[in-house]
Ligand binder design. Structure first.
Ligand code: NAI
Length: 328
């Protein structure tokens, strides 16, 4: 099987190159991202392999089919960057449903601990021998209420972590799971009652801008918000307005609405034209990271394994267990 591998970074090769050889695949590593301009590079390939800031829209699906590409292999759990409806009946789209939910949940906790206890500021201060504690006071998490929006694999891992910190945990999900050490409540109640809110639902039409001007109003003053899910769950304009009004104790953003083309790239020598992102960077209580919640050895290994198993299933005509959508 010939696979065109978009948005390649050195760490992708570390895992995919040796494992791809095990399967006898011919993987062509491409640095460019997958978009309308680059989709034509896949002529002669059996499958394309893409990451979260690539996209495949309806027109590109037709282009891929015309070029004989049989599968879109996602190196991710989320699939909001592919037009799944347009793909149905035309091309198989396969994802990695679960690789390491703990990797993302642990990172979400790291973000919360950072903005709450100011370790990002303390790190810089002590390096200059500024040992003052002024402005670095945080709050105990023990005994506080955490709200988890979306109780799938990552949300459940997050609930376990919050419980480990001795927090009361509220959660919201239209499809509740059984046996969780957390109390299901309405989204409004969760937002009104939580000192910490962590987002773990997928990006859909319903969840787009779930955190907006109105829902922020419901939240407690001094609330901590962590988004490791998808950027567009949060209306950035509304977030910035609220930050300016000192609504938030702290905000951790591993994802950002307009991250495509910026995240995963070294833009340090460039003029940043995204005013919202530039503004977010100016708040001392906001931590922005570059969509790296997944980035552990264990997760990378599991992503490579499942992605290549998905390719193998396509090649051998086996059942496509990780296919997204219903019909192929
Ligand atoms: P999952 O599919 O196991 O769980 C998602 C949960 O969200 C489900 O229980 C679903 O019922 C719930 N949900 C759906 N609509 C909802 C709504 N309107 N309100 C509240 N909950 C809703 O997915 P998983 O593996 O837990 O991943 C969650 C999200 O995390 C992914 O969609 C992806 O966007 C993001 N992610 C981020 C990573 C990172 O590196 N930062 C890595 C992996 C995933």
């Amino acid at each position: 099987m010939k696979i065109a591998f978009y948005s390649t970074k050195p760490y992708d090769k570390t895992w995919f190159e040796p494992m791809g050889k095990e399967y006898g695949f011919d993987i062509h590593f491409i640095e460019a991202s997958c978009n309308r301009e680059t989709v034509f590079m896949t002529k002669g390939y059996d499958a394309i392999c893409i990451f979260v800031n690539d996209y495949v829209d309806a027109q590109m699906i037709d282009d891929l089919c015309e070029m004989g590409v049989k599968a879109v292999l996602l190196r991710s759990a989320g699939y909001n960057h592919v037009d799944i409806k347009a793909a149905e009946g035309k091309i198989a789209v396969l994802r990695v449903p679960s690789y390491s939910p703990e990797a993302v949940a642990e990172f979400a906790m790291a973000m919360l601990l950072t903005v709450n206890r100011w370790t990002h500021k303390a790190y810089n201060r002590t390096r200059e021998f500024n040992m003052s504690l002024h402005g670095l006071m945080g709050m105990d998490l023990f005994g506080k209420t955490a709200g988890v929006v979306g109780t799938g694999k990552i949300g459940q891992a997050m609930i376990n972590i919050f419980n480990g910190f001795g927090m009361r945990v509220l959660c919201y999900d239209p499809y509740p799971a059984k046996g969780l050490k957390a109390e299901y409540v309405s989204l409004e109640e969760l937002l009104a009652s939580s000192e910490v809110v962590s987002l773990h639902c997928p990006l859909t039409k319903e969840t787009q801008h779930l955190i907006n001007k109105d829902t922020i109003k419901i939240m407690k003053d001094g609330v901590y918000l962590v988004n490791t899910s998808r950027g567009a769950l949060v209306d950035t304009d509304a977030l910035i307005d609220a930050l300016l009004q000192k609504k938030f104790g702290g905000v951790g953003l591993d994802v950002y609405e307009e991250e495509e083309g910026l995240f995963y790239e070294d833009c340090s020598g460039e003029i940043i034209t995204d005013d919202n992102l530039a503004r977010l960077m100016t708040f001392p209580n906001v931590l922005v990271t570059s969509h790296m919640g997944f980035f552990t050895k264990e997760a990378m290994q599991a992503i490579a394994r499942t992605t290549l198993e998905n390719a193998y299933a396509v090649e051998k005509g086996l059942p496509l267990d990780n296919r997204v959508g219903n019909v192929h």
